[in-house]
Design a binder for this molecule. Structure first.
Ligand code: ZN
Length: 272
């Protein structure tokens, strides 16, 4: 499906004039060092002005403390999830201690999961990743927190492992698998967040077409996954996702905003 950028810009221009109450970016990295301090402040202030609630997932020890501070400073606007990315080799004990120590201040476990994109697809690496993933699935269950799952080149495996381990509260972020595997997740009540790359990714467009809105969320994955290739991204690019979903599903963008926001508030039990 070819989606024309001027059509998307038009929908975004209109939605910015509308009085939506709030909108959730269900997955971003606002504490990332890809932003300078002034870029980060700009990103947060403009996001709040646009009533964007951010769920941020720090990836390193330093970032975890920065994100924790931001969530305290911008209460009700920035929430955090803590996990260990499949491609980050770090002592997981430290991450688990952090999760337990700040349990009441975190809204989820993640991002965790699998990344089998080359060269991370040897049997040995796959086994290590699966072991680590299962460990965090069990922590999320024990603490009754939702999981934010990364599953690059491993969508099918990630869904199977979640089901096998009895995971119930799940957000599959930027799912790269086939729609039929996503459907298996939907049957188990899992949610799927759609990044701004839907502007040019046929796989994401297909996913948005077949998944019911009741199981969808919006995510920027900022500073990554810009709708314009190679650029630094910001949380308000979820408006790209919302606009393209509304075009693909031929529904009102306000409904996309309302339903995806409600889904995020429910899954993460956000106190907003
Ligand atoms: Zn991410």
């Amino acid at each position: 499906m070819r989606i024309n950028h001027s059509q998307i810009d038009k929908v975004i221009g209109e939605v910015l004039k509308l009085e939506y109450e709030r909108i959730v970016d269900s997955h971003c990295h606002i504490e990332s060092d890809a932003y300078t301090d002034s870029e980060r402040i700009y990103a947060i202030e403009l996001s709040i002005k646009r009533r964007i609630i951010m769920i941020s997932s720090p990836l390193t020890d330093d970032e975890r403390y920065i994100a924790l501070d931001l969530s305290r400073k911008f209460e009700k606007w920035i929430f955090i999830t803590i996990g260990s990315h499949p491609l980050y080799n770090e002592p997981v004990d430290r991450v688990i201690n952090f999760i337990k120590q700040y349990e009441r201040e975190i809204v989820g476990v993640g991002e965790v999961g699998l990344d089998f994109s080359p060269p991370n697809n040897s049997d040995e690496i796959r086994m290590q990743q699966i072991k680590k993933f299962e460990l965090f699935i069990n922590i999320a269950k024990e603490l009754d927190k939702p999981l934010v799952v990364h599953s690059r080149s491993a969508g099918k495996y990630a869904v199977d492992i979640l089901l096998r381990n009895g995971a119930e509260r799940v957000l599959m972020h930027s799912f790269s698998g086939k729609a039929k595997y996503a459907k298996k997740g939907i049957e188990a009540g899992y949610y799927f967040s759609i990044p701004p790359t839907i502007a040019y990714s046929p796989q994401k467009q297909k996913l948005a077409k077949v998944l019911p809105l009741e199981y969808m969320m919006l995510e920027s994955d900022a500073p990554a996954l810009s709708p314009k290739r190679g650029r630094l991204s910001y949380p308000w690019n979820i408006l790209f996702s919302a606009a393209v979903i509304s075009i693909i599903k031929d529904i009102d963008i306000m409904d996309v905003i309302k339903v995806t926001t409600r889904n995020a508030i429910n899954l993460f039990r956000l106190r907003v």
